[in-house]
Design a protein around this ligand. Structure first.
Ligand SMILES: *Cc1c(COP(=O)(O)O)cnc(C)c1O
Length: 458
């Protein structure tokens, strides 16, 4: 067939001008694989009766497009305009400049991770963070693991394996994914003793459940929901007193657990870790990448002997942190030593503290240009008010007044089409659909140019 003969051979293509340019960019192996796949495809199309000339002429362009698509990382940066500042599916906290620098340095050169620079002997990787965590929380000691789920798992396993853990029925949470408190307890080898009811648990419920097999009492912050109405829970100080008189430890899983008082940034107060420690819990657990604003990590702070027991648990090695995150965490925690400049330096707090008026002005400023860029695709943009959320289970039912752009188009499925179109951009943009429109909340857009650069040029 003439059309088949018009296709170049593999060698002809590799030696051609476009072939050589692609090899310089992607390497010979990649180009060869892409070329063979595309040639097979093209031959099949020609045999199936498609016009061959166009296919042969377009071959170089097709191979280049295939290679470009393969080279595109699915982990490339996106714009989070969902209005959820700590979006678990989008990687939670954005790190502070100081943390990024520290992590980059830790990746590029050896560092004294488990090496004592003074004595030249062996050091401990947690020591870099221990002092800071004790300073910021008032706890006696601290240990650091892969995430808060791991912190809860190792604490339960250390304090309660083969024994019982007492929990209120109102706190048997599912966080999402596979993190369900009862399942974690089973895996930790702990027998769950549920007390109280879904909406009300009283001190005598805990007291009646205490016995010779009790390993610990667990209190869990109900991060992602709130029970309202006829409710009662035992406050942590009271629970700590009950635990203490029974001689068993209280583990308070705070989830998000902030190190700073959020009311200073115009948000509703979440209990701080220091408060939970002061309330008498022997151990407090919390996340590194929720309100704290650092990389993924889990912290346990509290009584020295309990922390030492956790560190002796062989599971510790399985859930320990790497040098990159330890470096980033150290830099992040150091920022808390200067509360006056914290909101300026820590992106999580900086974004949460942005005022609606400022965000609304930004939306009004961007609306005409965004509208102009979308018009060729038959979409429209106008400024609107909206509501942001902290995310990651912090203050789940509270919203923060915000502003953004309301994108609309023709037809009932316009919001889905706009959303798909924005996700397919070289720098994908993610918003949320509400009331027949796609909303782009501007809270997490610190630079106007980021949005304009992400949209197709006019
Ligand atoms: C988020 C959360 C966890 C899990 O923390 P990760 O850091 O995501 O592993 C555990 N407990 C509570 C109460 C939480 O809110």
């Amino acid at each position: 067939m003439k059309a088949l003969r018009a296709l170049p051979s593999v060698d002809q293509f590799l030696l051609s001008e476009p072939g050589r340019a692609l090899i310089a960019q992607h390497g010979r192996t990649e180009v060869l694989a892409a070329l063979r796949a595309r040639l097979d495809e093209t031959r099949r199309a020609i045999r199936a009766g498609e016009a061959g000339d166009g296919l042969a002429a377009g071959l170089a362009g097709q191979v280049a497009a295939d290679l470009a698509a393969r080279a595109h990382s699915r982990l490339r940066p996106i714009l989070n305009l969902t209005g959820t500042v700590l979006h678990t599916n989008l990687g939670r906290a954005i790190l502070a400049e100081a943390a990024i620098e520290a992590a980059t340095a830790a990746m590029a050169a050896p560092l004294a991770l488990e090496f004592d620079l003074e004595s030249g002997g062996r050091g401990q990787r947690d020591d870099h963070l221990r002092g800071l965590l004790c300073e910021l929380t008032g706890a006696e000691d601290a240990t650091i693991v892969n995430n808060n789920a791991a912190a809860v798992l190792i604490a339960l396993n250390t304090l309660g394996a083969g024994r019982e853990a007492i929990v209120s029925r109102g706190e048997l949470i599912e966080i999402g994914g596979a993190f369900r408190m009862p399942d974690i307890m089973t895996r930790a080898g702990v027998r769950l003793v549920e007390v109280g009811t879904t909406n009300r648990t009283h001190p005598h419920d805990y007291e009646a459940a205490l016995g010779p097999d009790t390993g610990l009492i667990l209190k869990v912050h109900t991060s992602n929901y709130r029970i309202e109405g006829f409710t009662a829970e035992v406050p942590a100080p009271r629970l700590a007193a009950i635990a203490r008189s029974a001689g068993v430890p209280l583990l308070n899983d705070l989830g998000s657990g902030s190190l700073a008082d959020l009311s200073a940034f115009g948000l509703r107060r979440e209990p701080t870790v220091a408060e939970a420690v002061a309330e008498g819990a022997e151990l407090v657990s919390f996340s590194g990448d929720k309100l704290l604003g650092g990389p993924q990590a889990g912290f346990l702070v509290g009584r020295r002997d309990l922390i030492a027991a956790i560190n002796r648990n062989p599971l510790k090695r399985a859930v320990r942190l790497d040098k990159i995150r330890i470096a980033a965490l150290e830099a992040t925690l150091r920022l808390y030593r200067d509360p006056d400049r914290l909101a300026e330096r820590l992106p999580t707090l900086r974004l949460l503290a942005r005022q609606q008026a400022e965000i609304a002005a930004q939306a009004a400023r961007l609306a005409p240009e965004v509208h102009r860029r979308l018009a060729p695709f038959s979409f429209a943009a106008e400024p609107c008010a909206c509501a942001s959320q902290i995310g990651s289970g912090a203050l789940p039912v509270d919203t923060i007044p915000s502003a953004g752009l309301r994108l609309t188009g023709h037809g009932g499925n316009a919001p889905d089409r706009i959303a798909a179109w924005l996700r397919a951009l070289p720098r994908p943009i993610v918003g949320h659909i509400r009331d027949g429109a796609l909303i782009l909340d501007m809270r997490c857009l610190e630079r106007d140019a980021d949005l304009l650069d992400a949209l197709p040029a006019p």
